[in-house]
Design a protein around this ligand. Structure first.
Ligand code: AMP
Ligand code: ZN
Length: 111
């Protein structure tokens, strides 16, 4: 399948790996929007957030995001975990992923 994140998961495309287990891969975003910008990606191809009911996997991804935030030293200062879905939100890769952002003050509401 012509999916950039599937290619990263199977090693066809190189990435800066932060965490990996049997279900999830976490990498540094190639175009970071904050000092810490990590993508939490399920190994299984799921194009859109609303196309899955795998709440155990989604919950695990959230927990991993929190654990990485702690390891990156941004737990106390604060961080944001976001999921862009479809055009208005700016989803550019159709393989779901959580963005973990932190290390600076994040504006609210987001742009
Ligand atoms: P989104 O726009 O929410 O779909 O997020 C896709 C993210 O993937 C963007 O922040 C991109 O910078 C990031 N991205 C695209 N290609 C790569 C890559 N090869 N390695 C790491 N991050 C990537
Ligand atoms: Zn994929």
């Amino acid at each position: 399948m012509d999916c950039i994140f599937c290619k990263i998961v199977n090693g066809e495309i190189k990435s800066a790996k932060v965490y990996e287990d049997e279900d999830v891969l976490c990498i540094k975003d190639i175009n970071p929007q904050a000092p810490v910008h990590i993508l939490i990606i399920p190994k299984k191809h799921i194009a859109k957030l609303y196309q899955t009911d795998e709440i155990t996997l989604l919950g695990k991804m959230l927990k991993i995001g929190c654990d990485i935030a702690e390891k990156e030293g941004i737990k106390e200062s604060g961080y944001r975990i976001v999921i862009n879905t479809n055009r208005n939100a700016g989803q550019s890769v159709d393989h779901i992923h959580f963005h973990l952002l932190g290390g600076r003050i994040l504006m609210w509401p987001p742009g």
